[in-house]
Design a protein around this ligand. Structure first.
Ligand code: BGC
Length: 384
């Protein structure tokens, strides 16, 4: 359908029931029970261009994203597992957070400790010697309350809600969190995060999907995929992935993706940062041309073989790009055995260990304020 005709149809009717929005639908089905007997639901949003996003109430985990290649052939472009049991046993206990909604603090906090308003807080050391992704009982293991939203126009959405009590995971303040997942007819999967607190606290929320635009079983994982990152600086870290005092220029380093290049190109370069992390597992400091909170294009990924493209826009100041370095052939997922460099994450977020780095953009939230953050993953194809 031509664009003009498409929009004419789109605006002709605003009274369609949810799920009938010009081919865009949201369906749900049971996805089994957790090991402790709680029922979990799987939701699938689909648009009329063959793009679908599936997620579950357990951990807000994105289990599958299907998009067409340049010939219209669909494939699942995120790493995932067929069953809830796989997620509970492989994804979480293995510490790899496949598709997860991560919090209260995505990324690491040094030695599991930070001080706020003169009080020191102690967190789980689940990634010794640091705390990672909210500790042992991350938001990625909680059952989120999912509500369908009544949309008008060309978008389907669901809001995922979680109440995180004061002291949860060792953090101060009761948080009320709402995360909206939307799929548009423009082939965008949008995530809008919001949260309020009743006490001063810190937070950092993200999505931990591993993308592989080639789909399951691609022979080289993401190595041949071409990445662009709008960042002049990145955040070097020590051996335990905790940032040093200052960010560093990407110029002349393997971290320079300001001109698109294959992920493999500099991956094996002799570089201490790549050695420490066994690949890319770093925060890129986004350039933010239109202000610190602007929703701007941060990264792109292109798979020359399938033609699939991914654009990631975010309001966040940074993105942790992780080339699945610790996925080492020990995970059998939807796409067969997952190996190192099988997927790449774009964890849009504030910088690692910000509560201990006053020079980094703040992650503090106070009563009366509303935390807001948005990220868009936009899918497409390049024909030539
Ligand atoms: C971290 C990695 C970690 C991965 C899975 C990423 O956000 O930066 O170091 O292995 O999450 O836990």
């Amino acid at each position: 359908m031509k664009t003009s005709a498409f929009f004419a149809v789109l605006f002709a009717s605003t009274t369609l029931a949810f799920g009938d929005v010009h081919g865009a639908t949201l369906t749900s089905e049971p996805f089994g029970q957790t090991q402790d007997g709680k029922p979990v639901t799987l939701y699938t949003m689909k648009n009329s261009h063959g793009v679908s996003v599936s997620f579950m109430s357990w951990g807000g985990v994105v289990t599958k994203i299907e998009t067409p290649d340049r010939h219209g052939k669909p494939a699942d472009i995120v790493l995932g597992f067929p069953t809830l049991h796989d997620y509970e046993t492989k994804s979480v206990d293995g510490g790899l957070y496949f598709g997860a909604l991560v919090g209260r603090y995505a990324n690491r906090i040094a030695k599991g400790q930070f001080t706020l308003d003169g009080q020191t807080y102690h967190l789980d050391i689940n990634n010794p010697p640091n705390s990672l992704h909210g500790g042992n009982d991350g938001y990625n293991k909680r059952i989120w309350n999912v509500e369908r939203l009544q949309n008008s126009g060309s978008i389907v959405s669901a809001v995922l809600k979680l109440s995180s009590p004061d002291g949860d995971q060792g953090y101060p303040g009761a948080l009320d969190i709402a995360v909206t997942y939307s799929l548009g007819e423009d082939n965008s999967f949008r995530i809008d995060y919001s949260a309020t607190t009743n006490k001063d606290t810190v937070l950092n929320l993200t999505n931990h999907s591993y993308f592989n635009l080639a789909g399951p079983g691609s022979p080289h994982g993401v190595l041949d995929q071409v990445m662009w990152v709008d960042a002049d600086q990145y955040t070097p870290t020590d051996r335990t992935s905790i940032p040093f005092a200052e960010n560093a220029s990407v110029a002349g380093t393997p971290f320079d993706f300001r001109t698109p290049k294959a992920i493999s190109r500099d991956l094996k370069v002799d570089n201490e940062q790549l050695l420490f992390a066994q690949g890319y597992d770093h925060n890129w400091v986004l350039n933010k041309h239109h202000g610190p909170d602007a929703l701007e294009k941060a990264t792109t990924l292109y798979d020359p073989a399938s033609g699939r493209t991914l654009e990631c826009d975010t309001t966040e100041p940074g993105v942790q790009i992780y080339t699945s370095n610790f996925v080492k052939g020990n995970y059998a997922g939807n796409g067969g055995i997952y190996r190192q460099t099988e997927g790449v994450t774009f964890e849009t977020q504030h910088f690692p260990d910000s509560p201990n780095h006053p020079n980094f953009p703040t992650t503090e939230l106070k009563p009366g304020q509303t935390f807001k953050s948005s990220t868009i993953f936009r899918f497409g194809v390049r024909r030539g």
